[in-house]
Design a protein around this ligand. Structure first.
Ligand code: F6R
Length: 605
């Protein structure tokens, strides 16, 4: 949610900052801007809309800058516009911000009373003018005094006109890293922005600030005391953050799912059984757990829904899946013996982080399932199971979701083993079935052509449904979210048996209904529900396991999955749903990797 880059060093800064912004565009694309020193002057250029608009404004100019800051925005306070774009400038400085200043209205009133004139509607300009009003020649002092007044979540990059080779950085909650190269220093909201230049980075913690010059980075707490920090080395590669010949990151990431799942699950198998000892979990970690609360947002919560089925079925532990933004405010009933599992690809989602903190406050053990190493949720949870999907750049998650489901399957199997519900041999047998499911994923990827043909029938519709029972309902939630977020078709996921209790009134001639059938035990009932919508004119696309037979003429389009073991079928069944969403969005000419109004990492509540 908003991307920040900053640079000081030997290279030309404007080009480097623009490249950095391109790597961070997934964090927001309402506007972009850059401030840089050139011939001693601090210049600022910004533009509403995509980074390409900013590029157009900068084009035709040769730059010889060596220091600057840049920003790509996901609008919170103030509509996307040139004036509301970052950086925000004041007499002495220019500032970029990721987060929300909660007490901005009060601070703005105070500053206006002192004569400040605001040009934008943003909370960020308040921070810029506050620091500016406190500046008496020492940037650190002004920042520290301002920090005592600011409330909320923020990461800042700041440059001062008087110090044309320095970048100042501050973190409170919103993520920020600082990185070192030879004769150069960087800040960024995420690692891909610095990868072409260096792999050496530091994670700024909340309550810390940094002063960057070409030769060094110094870290301080908010009282100005020096802080020693550990230099980390990223294992990501530049190639991982590129499209690699695919038209879109989303398509590349769909195809990466078999590998991502293997990378995530294989290190957690020992003698054919699930084993989390290398993650620091005791051999009886799940044995005494009496209730699992899964807290997550969006697709991560839908992964949790699929996981719930497996954990309850295999390990007989009751599981509730809570939307993280609700969990926090509903005064959840957490008892001794409970475990809170927080699931997050980015590890920075503000609501999921808040849910984690609440669980910790209540003294309940917390386990995080996170993809991004060193992210806030990973660092704050009592235990963390990393998924190894690699960087996910497309805003709509695909491989990030699948690896979450995969690791939840391992948790279900491990818990069943520890609780002696599954004997070792039976557990090993199910692990083999899980591996069999993984080996069939390449066949599921071959369904792309069928899905792109099916997408032809969706390009002009304005609303549609996904239906399924049991794990298929959980899966349909994710299928529907994928379709609506990237193709902008109003789409509802419904438990197949529930449709007739009201919503079936929305089915008219030609309404598309995608029906999922991966559980043979429930298939007959789902078939009846399909008959009900068919009788009312629905156009039915069925996604079905080969062992489940459907009456002749029941569906208009049939997508037959590979012969996946039923228990783990969601791992393969999600793939055609992702393709269906992807190809529908492409046919409609939508911006697949950067859907409107969205951002990848939602660091505001
Ligand atoms: C949808 C999607 C979102 C995320 C949600 C949580 O395609 O990507 O719904 O799943 O914003 O994000 P993380 O997993 O980073 O906490």
């Amino acid at each position: 949610m908003c991307g920040i880059v900053g640079y000081t060093g030997k290279r030309e800064a404007v080009g480097l900052l623009m490249d950095g912004l391109r790597c961070l565009e997934y964090r927001g694309y309402d506007s972009a801007g850059v401030s840089f020193f050139e011939e001693g002057r601090l210049e600022t250029v910004k533009a509403k809309g995509r980074i390409s608009n900013l590029e157009a404004r900068l084009s035709g100019q040769e730059h010889c800058s060596h220091c600057g800051i840049a920003h790509t925005r996901w609008a919170t306070h103030g509509a996307p516009s040139d004036t509301n774009s970052h950086p925000h400038t004041a007499k002495h400085l220019s500032l970029v911000h990721n987060g929300i200043i909660e007490n901005y209205a009060q601070l703005r009133r105070e500053l206006e009373e002192q004569g400040a004139v605001f040009v934008s509607e943003t909370d960020t300009e308040v921070a810029a003018r506050l620091i500016d009003s406190l500046y008496e020649g020492d940037p650190m002092e002004a920042i520290i005094r301002a920090l005592k007044r600011l409330r909320g979540a923020f990461a800042f990059g700041i440059v001062f006109r008087d110090y044309p080779d320095r970048v100042y950085a501050v973190r409170n909650a919103s993520p920020l890293i600082a990185a070192r190269g030879e004769g150069e220093s960087f800040i960024a909201s995420d690692i891909p922005a610095i990868l072409p230049y260096t792999k050496q980075y530091y994670i700024l913690e909340s309550g810390e600030m940094a002063v960057l010059t070409p030769d060094a980075i110094q870290f301080f707490d908010w009282e100005g005391h020096p802080v020693q920090k550990e230099l980390l080395t990223s294992t990501l590669t530049v190639q991982q953050a590129e499209k690699g010949g695919y038209d879109h990151f989303m398509l590349k990431e769909i195809h990466e799912q078999p590998q991502a799942l293997r990378d995530t699950l294989s290190p957690r198998l020992a003698d054919g059984l699930p084993d989390f000892s290398s993650d620091g979990l005791a051999p009886d970690f799940f044995r005494g757990v009496s209730h699992i609360h899964i807290a997550a947002c969006g697709s991560a919560s839908y992964a949790g829904q699929v996981g719930r089925w497996a954990i309850e079925r295999l390990a007989r532990i009751p599981v509730t899946v809570e939307i993280a933004s609700e969990f926090r405010y509903q005064d959840p009933i957490l008892a001794p013996g409970d475990l809170v599992i927080v699931i997050s690809q980015s590890g920075e989602t503000a609501d999921s982080l808040a849910a984690l903190r609440l669980a910790k406050e209540r003294g309940v053990p917390t386990l995080a399932i996170v993809n991004v190493a060193g992210s806030s949720i990973a660092r704050e949870a009592d235990f963390v199971l990393y998924t190894h999907a690699g960087p996910e750049i497309a805003v709509a998650t695909t491989k990030g979701y699948s690896v979450q489901v995969g690791i939840l399957y391992l948790i279900a199997l491990r818990a069943a083993l520890e609780r002696e519900i599954l004997p070792r041999e039976a557990c090993a047998g199910l692990v083999s079935r899980l591996q069999e499911a993984l080996s069939l994923l390449p066949q599921a990827l071959e369904l792309e052509k069928d899905c792109s043909r099916a997408a032809q029938s969706l390009r002009d519709v304005s609303s549609m449904f996904y239906i399924g029972r049991g794990q298929d309902h959980s899966l349909s939630l994710e299928g529907a979210l994928k379709l609506k977020e990237i193709s902008y078709i109003q789409c509802e996921a419904y438990a197949a048996g529930e449709l007739k209790h009201g919503t079936i009134s929305l089915i008219t001639q030609g309404t598309p209904v995608v029906a999922l059938l991966t559980e043979s035990e429930l298939a007959a009932k789902t078939v009846s529900n399909i008959q009900e919508v068919k009788a009312r004119g629905a156009m039915v696309i069925a996604v079905c396991l080969p062992g489940i037979s459907l009456p002749e003429g029941l569906c208009d389009i049939l997508i037959t999955l590979p012969p996946l073991p039923e228990l783990f079928a969601p791992l393969g069944a999600i793939i055609p749903l992702q393709f269906l969403a992807y190809h529908t969005a492409c046919l409609k000419g939508c911006d697949v990797d950067k859907p409107r109004n969205l951002a990848k990492s939602v660091t505001v509540e």
